[in-house]
Structures are given as C-alpha cells and as structure tokens.
Design a protein around this ligand. Structure first.
Ligand code: NAD
Length: 452
C-alpha cells in the first residue's frame, strides 16, 4: 500500500509514500518495547544529552523541514520556518526534563514515603494534517523525555516532515526503535495503536469524531489517552476596545494557515453598538491578507490542503449566511480559497456552530457581557479565544467565564511551548506543553520504607 502526496499549491504529485501495514506496526512495537527499556535505564543526564543532540539535528535541518512543509502542506515559508524552529524549541525545553523528574517525599508515620514518576512504556502519537511537525513534537518530546518510546503516525496527506524528523532522530544518535515514524492509514496504523496491548498511551490530535472513537477504544484496556480535538473559538470585541487594532489583527487570528487551525477564532462577536464600525474596519484588513505562492517570503496565507477539504469548506457558504466581503486568492491550479467574511442571519447557522477549518469567519453582534458569554459558550467546543476590551475588570470576568483552555486579552496569542495547551468540553482531554506535560507520560508510584 502506498499514497501519492500532492503539493496543494500546484496539485502536482510530490512523491509516493509507502504505508505501514498491521504486521509493520506490530514489528515496530516490538522494537520500541525493547528500546524503551534500555532508554529508561540510561542515566538522566545521558537521556537529556541525547534529546539535546536531537534538537541540534533539527536546528541544522530547519530549512529542509520548512521547505517540505511548504510543498506538502502549502504553508507559507515564513510560517513553516517558525514551525521547524518550534520543534527544536520543544525538544530543547523537554531535554531539561530527565534531570528534573522529581518525586515527592511525604511525611508519614513510621518511615519514609516517596513518589517516583515512572515511564509508561510505548506511546502512540497520532497527528492531523494541519500542523504536522509541531503537533508531533508536542507528543514525542515530553514522552521521550519521561523515558518512553514513541511511535508516530502522521496524517496521510502530510507525512513528509514527520518522516524527516524520524530520520533526524536516528542521525542524531537516538537509539534505534525508540522513535519511529509509521506513515499509514488511520483505520490500520491508528487503530492498531488503540488495540495493541503493549502501547500504553495514545496521544491523538484530530477531529472530535475520531477522537471519541479512540477514547472508546482505549477504554477496553483502560489505556491512557490525551485528546486534542476540534474548536470553534470566539474573538469577543467590546465597544470600549481599541477597535482599529482588534480589526487589523482579527484576520490573522482566523486565516492563518488558511483557517486550518484548531485555535482559529472563526466567530467574531462584536458588541452591538460597535458592530457596523468594526465591519468597516475589518474589510480593508481582510482584503489586505496576502494570499498566494507559499514559497514567497511575503505570502501570509497559502492554499487549502486538498480538493476534498476545499469542497468541505465551500459547503458553508449559503444564502442564510450572506458573504459580507472577501479577500483575494490566486486562480488556476491549487486549492485556493479567498478569505471570506459571513454575516449569518441566525446564531444557529452551521457557520456559527461547526468547525469550518478554512478561511471563513462569521461576524455577529451581542448585547452585553452576559450575552457575550452565553454566545461564546454555546458550542460543544472550548479550545481557544480572544477578548478585546480596555476594561481590566471586564477582561478578567470574561476570561474566567469563557469555557475554553487558551485565552488571550487584547491579542491573539499563538501556542507557546512553555505554557499548557488543551481544550475544555469536546475540544479535548488533558493538556500538552508547558512545565507539566511530561507528567502525562508517567505513572506516579508511591514507595514506603519503614524506619525500624
Ligand atoms: P482526523 O480526525 O480525520 O485525523 C487525524 C488523524 O487520525 C490522522 O492521522 C488520521 O489518519 C487518524 N485517524 C483517522 N481515523 C482513525 C481511526 N479510526 N483510528 C485511529 N486514527 C485515525 O483529523 P484531520 O482532518 O487530520 O485534522 C483536522 C482536525 O484536527 C480538526 O478537527 C482540528 O480542529 C483538529 N486539530 C486539533 C488540534 C488541537 O490541538 N486541539 C490541533 C490541530 C488539529
């Protein structure tokens, strides 16, 4: 079995990737199980040094990784370089972990009580196609740091940067079998991660629909699971905000990566008295987004990832959600979709409730703080969001009231490797990144030693 990878900006075939079958997964698990035991036995400083060497190898390969993402995923080159550098940063950050896997010493009667953080064993990481290498690193770096082996299954459409990371791991001297990249189908490789008894945890990033299946499948073995799923995040703009800044930045909070971003602020909620003025200011900002050839340094937004996805995004444009205005996009080959602003007639229109995962945003008015919160929280998701106001008290009230894992005030913060990331409600389960991420790849063991 194999899959021909397409360049979404040109529709040209790039290369054919061999898919791993069930026997291939099982062989990889056997190799990983052996490698993990040796890795966990290494002294912490040696594990830290090995991860730093992996980070150095990524650092030396930033341009190659970025170019692969430009061609395989259509990401603009500036963004793709950021992504490759982010992988290096994540590895460097978690390289400090092996020497800081502290347990606790707990005061108890009659002796000493202490806890240890033990690795889980082999961890399966399943990634989506939208940010292939960054999302992979959020799983594999803390998992390796905590003493686990990792099998990574990239998405069918965008496996190339992950395959390259697997090669870099080996070239940097990471033990064979410890980190393996297994391109293949979700229904084969991904499902085997769920059913194989020697895989002790699945980290899944992708759609809420598939995430639920994975969670249900993992329940049979009480397998640990982290889920990073869909989003329908709100950008909440109060009338007292710096409207010029809010409007100038709003397009980049939803159209970055052509809207194929789980954190995309795809609903802009504007206090009614500022609604018309905000739309006036938003129009030139949307029309100013530079959409085009992702190999150019000046490009801000590239194409959608595939024809199938282009059709799915197009289906959101209908007469109940009139197009207020659109930006521009190239014509001809490539899955191009111009940035699009909708003004739905109902808050229940599917553009307000479903994840579009493309460069389409809905703008609707709200009345007051209570209405803003009700509207914001009226989806099954709760991943991200932004709050624009000059009133500090209101910023705090709204930030505490929004049911979402990652918020920013008067800004649209992107993901940082040193702060926790994850979703409320059906946007996910567990947290990645930040100072505690490695703990999600360990079991806490308690040991008591009597003093007599
Ligand atoms: P998807 O759910 O279709 O696929 C994700 C991965 O799961 C792919 O590698 C796929 O091959 C695999 N898969 C599919 N079926 C499977 C099965 N039955 N068992 C095991 N694995 C299976 O998602 P997608 O279309 O690749 O990605 C888009 C989705 O990812 C969006 O919903 C987006 O919001 C979400 N996402 C979430 C985050 C986050 O951090 N919360 C980040 C990025 C993307």
């Amino acid at each position: 079995m194999s899959y021909t990878v397409i360049n979404p900006a040109t529709e040209e075939a790039m290369e054919t990737v061999e898919h791993v079958d069930l026997e291939g997964v099982d062989a990889a698990v056997a190799l990983a199980t052996k490698a993990q035991k040796e890795w966990a036995r290494l002294n912490p400083a040696d594990r830290a040094a090995a991860l730093r060497r992996f980070a150095d190898a990524v650092d030396g390969d930033v341009e190659t990784l970025a170019q692969l993402e430009v061609r395989n995923s259509g990401h603009p080159i500036g963004q793709a370089r950021w992504e490759a550098e982010h992988v290096r940063n994540v590895l460097e950050y978690y390289a400090a972990t092996p020497e800081r896997m502290f347990g606790k010493q707990i005061p108890v009667a009659g002796g000493i009580d202490m806890t240890f953080q033990e690795p889980l064993g082999v961890v399966g990481v399943i990634t989506p196609w939208n940010f292939p290498m960054t999302i992979a690193a959020w799983g594999f770096a803390p998992a390796l740091a905590a003493g686990n082996a990792v099998l990574l299954k990239p998405a069918e459409w965008t496996p190339l940067s992950s395959i390259r990371l697997g090669q870099l791991a080996l070239e940097s001297g990471l033990p064979e079998g410890l980190f393996q990249v297994l391109p293949g189908k979700g229904s084969i490789v991904g499902e085997r991660f769920v059913t194989h008894e020697s895989i002790r945890k699945v980290v899944f990033t992708g759609s809420t629909e598939v995430g639920k299946k994975i969670m249900a499948g993992c329940a049979h073995q009480v397998k640990r699971v982290t889920l990073e799923l869909g989003g329908k995040s709100a950008n909440i703009v109060f009338a007292d905000a710096d409207l010029e800044k809010a409007a100038a930045t709003a397009p980049y909070a939803v159209f970055e990566n052509a809207g194929q971003d789980c954190c995309a602020r795809s609903r802009i909620l504007v206090e009614r008295k500022a609604y018309d003025r905000f739309l006036e200011l938003l129009e030139p900002a949307v029309k100013g987004v530079k959409v085009g050839d992702p190999t150019l340094e000046s490009t801000e937004m590239g194409p959608l990832v595939s024809k199938g996805h282009f059709d799915s995004v197009s289906s959101f444009i209908d007469s109940d959600a009139p197009v207020a205005f659109r930006g521009s996009a190239p014509e001809g080959d490539g899955f191009w979709f111009a940035p699009t602003v909708l003004t739905p007639t109902s808050r229940k229109h599917r553009s307000m409730t479903e994840e579009i995962f493309g460069p389409v945003v809905s703008v609707v008015p709200f009345d007051d703080e209570a209405d803003a919160l009700e509207l914001t929280n009226s989806t099954e998701y709760g991943l991200s969001g932004s709050i624009w106001t000059r009133d500090v008290g209101r910023a705090i009230r709204i930030a505490r009231g929004v049911e979402s894992g990652n918020l920013s005030v008067n800004s649209h913060s992107s993901v940082r490797y040193n702060t926790p990331f994850g979703g409320f409600k059906q946007s996910g389960l567990g947290r990645e990144l930040g100072p505690d991420a490695h703990l999600a790849f360990t079991e806490t063991k308690n040991v008591f030693i009597p003093a007599d």
